[in-house]
Design a protein. Structure first.
Length: 50
């Protein structure tokens, strides 16, 4: 094992891709929750998401 393979002991920070994936997950969950939330009640089968 060389010195470059040794962990530095510090936790690595988040990369921009990590933030982007988190943001996409939050947006997808949020939009699906909004769609289900506003469908409560009588809805025509043609426009139903459930």
């Amino acid at each position: 094992m060389s010195i470059s393979d040794k962990p530095s002991g510090r936790p690595r920070g988040f990369a921009p891709l990590d933030y982007a994936l988190y943001a996409v997950s939050v947006l997808v969950w949020g939009f699906s929750w909004i769609a289900l939330h506003y469908q409560i009640g009588q809805v025509a089968p043609e426009v139903s998401v459930i």
